[in-house]
Ligand binder design. Structure first.
Ligand code: SF4
Length: 376
């Protein structure tokens, strides 16, 4: 067996090898093509819990809609959530909007370049602050995401669970020690890029890796064993009943006020408990809003995995005979402004582009319609 050399390799050798590889192999991504602190800020928020391939089209649409930080800060939260629709984890969109407003208020519209000021902005933690400081402003710091953690754990043959805070601190310290004086931002991106394209979780392509000669896991045959993770808690299983009430070609939506999807529009729904039928649940979801559904028809079931929840939704179509929610005049109009009452919206299903909706709702709406439940 070859001798592990990573821990003993000159720390200065990693950055030059990696930057040479990065210059030849880096992916052509829209936030790299036309870099600016604002575009870095938006991309880093979007990448917090979503992979690059999924982010690219959303990023391009988002910066076309809000070209710069003042435009984003001037928008309403509803408009920002609508532009974020389908990307998930809507707390990020709300925080990005608040961060843009805070930059306008506290920093005269200039995104700060130091990690302490960045971390004081909504939604920016240690990772995002370091990534923005390094990538947008060339600060000498290191941002440890999941890809970087895996690469460093393998390079150094770290066998402690990489999701433990003390291990992550150790991995960040290794990364920080390797940051070169020139191009710190490119180095940070290069480590993440290597993890995303070469040092893959299940099948690292060590034969084409520029760091293979310095990688302790590769040298000792441990690439598939490292990194180690703690056992994950199971997702909570939740069953809900949802009702699609239609009137005048529109479907009734209710705005969520709390939780992961806060601010987005959902079908009226209730969590069903053991022994309660989904039909009874859907009926009570309608009644809670003052609706008297004349007829309820089951149209199907969808399953959606959130980070901590495994949700199964049984969906019903209903005709509505009486209502206390008026029909909105246009897209995005909300039918009540009473803060204690639920926000209701009769939305045109075919024109949801300007409405903040989740992919979960889109799945529910895509279930085949029960034609007999439609009002004449
Ligand atoms: S040699 Fe293999 S395990 Fe080591 S960093 Fe490169 S791809 Fe990852």
């Amino acid at each position: 067996m070859k001798r592990a050399r990573a821990a003993h390799s000159p720390r200065g050798a990693i950055a030059p090898a990696l930057l040479r590889w990065y210059d030849r192999r880096k992916r052509d991504l829209p936030w790299r093509r036309k870099a600016s602190p604002y575009r870095t800020l938006v991309s880093e928020f979007m990448l917090q819990q979503t992979v690059v391939a999924a982010v690219v089209p959303f990023f391009e649409r988002f910066v076309a809609r809000f070209a710069d930080l003042p435009a984003l800060a001037a928008a309403s939260e509803d408009q920002v959530l609508a532009a974020w629709s389908g990307l998930g984890y809507y707390a990020r969109a709300r925080n990005l909007h608040r961060a843009a407003c805070a930059v306008m208020d506290r920093h005269g519209g200039q995104i700060p370049s130091d990690e302490i000021s960045l971390r004081a902005l909504p939604g920016i933690g240690a990772y995002t602050a370091a990534a923005i400081a390094a990538i947008a402003f060339g600060r000498s710091t290191f941002a440890l995401d999941g890809n970087a953690a895996r690469v460093i754990a393998r390079l150094q043959a770290v066998t402690a669970a990489i999701d433990r805070p003390e291990t992550r601190n150790r991995l960040r310290d290794f990364g920080l020690a390797w940051v070169p004086a020139r191009r710190p931002g490119d180095f940070v991106q290069a480590v993440m890029e290597l993890g995303a394209t070469v040092c893959l979780p299940r099948s690292p392509a060590c034969d084409i890796c520029p760091l293979a000669s310095m990688c302790a896991a590769f040298q000792t045959g441990q690439t598939l064993r490292i990194p180690l993770k703690s056992a994950r808690p199971q997702r909570r299983v939740v069953r809900i009943a949802s009702v699609r009430m239609r009137r005048g070609g529109r479907v009734l939506l209710v705005r969520r006020k709390t939780g992961l999807l806060a601010g987005t529009w959902m079908l009226p729904s209730v969590v069903t408990v053991d022994g309660e039928s989904a039909g009874a649940g859907a009926r009570s979801a309608a009644r809670d809003l003052g609706m008297m559904p004349a007829r309820m028809t089951p149209v199907g079931t969808i399953r959606h995995l959130f980070t901590h929840r495994d949700v199964t939704a049984e969906v019903f179509d209903a005709t509505v005979s009486s209502t206390r929610a008026g029909i909105a005049r246009g897209r995005g109009d909300v039918s009540t402004h009473d803060a204690s009452a639920p926000d209701l919206l009769w939305a045109d299903e075919l024109r949801l582009d300007g409405v903040a909706v989740s992919s979960f709702l889109r799945k529910q709406l895509a279930l085949k319609r029960d034609k007999s439940s439609e009002p004449p």
